[in-house]
Design a protein around this ligand. Structure first.
Ligand code: CP3
Length: 367
């Protein structure tokens, strides 16, 4: 078998996560956590210190594999997520990603003009993003069928936010101004980013990713009309055009999860997009989400990550509430629910509290 030919799904020892995404019965609700690999783990901080920087670590397939596996050695999580970043795609498009300690991600060459947009092209996955697909195949080999591997990308809108703002932003004034003043230019930007996202997710699937998640982290900062025009339209294009693999292949299909912060008003539309699952934040009631999506998709979420600062008994109570809320809206059944946080973890969270969360999900959902 070559490095790029993953082992068949039948060898998968824990398929709870993939079964839940297909809305099939499971023995307990699967759980993984957004940003489950990161600075809250001392072993992550050690690997990062040895590598020199976050980017050096993410661009080295062996180190990316090592940090992907670190949380799985501590906690019985039901899925691994590729250790990388959503900003690898604009970096590969020539924007020059770098990190300033304490300030987050920045670009050397943000999008400032029509010419900047016209120059953008879909990156060559086998060259500029080869380190990502190499990490995926390395992780698949090292996981050895223990749990499935999730690949991911940013949504076109969320990537465009960073590309136009040049980094993080408080009010998204540059990218919203571009969308309002020059919608045609904004759509040209979103089109080429969408083509890149589709090629990127497809390359991760072909390298061995068994599920794919799109992070629409900043969709919720838009008004409803602008959300539909500049974010949802491109999420739908991804859901419709992204190949999932062959049903009859040993690997089966790789389901697509659309996660969005602040997407609670759009669940019906997201469920009709063609994606297999929708990820929601903690402002959404899971039972309400289940009712409104009517079994068309699986639902992933949605504990407020700040709950991890509370004591283990409070964490357990909130986990129970989320599990029961989902079931109440899903005809009394826990099927079709993947437990997660409503957004990513923070560096000062306690590994012991993560252990309490994962144990609570498995114990309280056991059939
Ligand atoms: O979930 C996982 O464990 C997989 C790894 C992952 C990272 N970033 C690692 C990372 C994933 C899925 C992401 C996605 C990502 N990156 C998003 C979308 C999800 C979300 O959180 O909303 C966004 C908006 C980014 C952009 C980005 N990259 C930010 C805002 C930061 C934080 C900067 C900082 O200093 O905290 C990053 C860097 C980053 N990506 C870190 C990690 C673990 C921290 C790097 C470090 O070790 O210093």
């Amino acid at each position: 078998m070559t490095a790029n030919a993953p082992a068949p799904t039948s060898a998968l020892q824990n398929d709870r996560f993939l079964r839940a995404l297909r809305r099939e019965p499971v023995d307990r609700t699967p759980v993984w956590l957004m940003r489950q690999a990161g600075r809250y783990l001392p072993e992550y901080r050690a690997t990062r210190a040895a590598a020199g920087s976050f980017l050096a670590m993410a661009k080295n397939p062996e180190l990316a594999c090592e940090v992907t596996l670190q949380p799985l050695r501590r906690f019985p999580l039901d899925a691994a997520i590729l250790f990388s970043d959503i900003l690898t795609v604009p970096d590969a498009m020539g924007l020059g990603l770098y990190f300033v300690e304490g300030e987050g991600p920045k670009f050397e060459h943000p999008i400032r003009s029509h010419d900047d947009i016209a120059r953008l092209a879909v990156p060559d996955m086998g060259r500029e993003l080869r380190y990502v697909t190499d990490a995926v195949s390395t992780i698949r080999r090292e996981l050895d069928g223990s749990v499935p591997l999730i690949g991911f990308s940013g949504s076109p809108w969320t990537l465009a936010c960073y590309m136009v703002e040049g980094g993080g932003s408080d009010n998204y004034s540059k990218v919203k101004s571009l969308a309002l003043n020059d919608p045609a230019a904004m759509h040209r930007l979103l089109e080429v980013v969408t083509d890149s996202v589709i090629a990127y997710l497809d390359a991760q699937r072909q390298a061995g990713a068994q599920a794919l998640q799109v992070f629409d982290t900043w969709g919720g900062v838009l008004s409803p009309a602008m959300y539909r025009e500049f974010s949802l339209r491109y999420l739908k294009r991804i859901a419709q055009e992204l190949p999932r693999g062959d049903d009859h292949a040993p690997e089966g299909r790789a389901p697509l999860i659309l996660f969005g912060k602040g997407n609670g008003a759009y669940l019906e539309e997201l469920a009709a997009s063609g994606a297999e699952a929708v990820g929601v934040d903690w402002t959404v009631e899971l039972g309400n989400a289940a009712r409104r999506t009517g079994g068309k998709v699986a639902i992933q979420g949605n504990l407020d990550p700040v709950t991890l600062y509370a004591q283990p008994d409070a964490i357990r109570r909130e986990v129970g509430r989320a599990l029961d809320d989902y079931a109440a809206g899903n005809g009394g059944s826990r099927e079709g629910h993947v437990f997660n946080l409503g957004h990513g973890m923070s560096p000062d969270m306690s590994p012991d509290h993560v252990a309490a969360l994962v144990a609570a999900v498995h114990e309280l959902s056991a059939r």
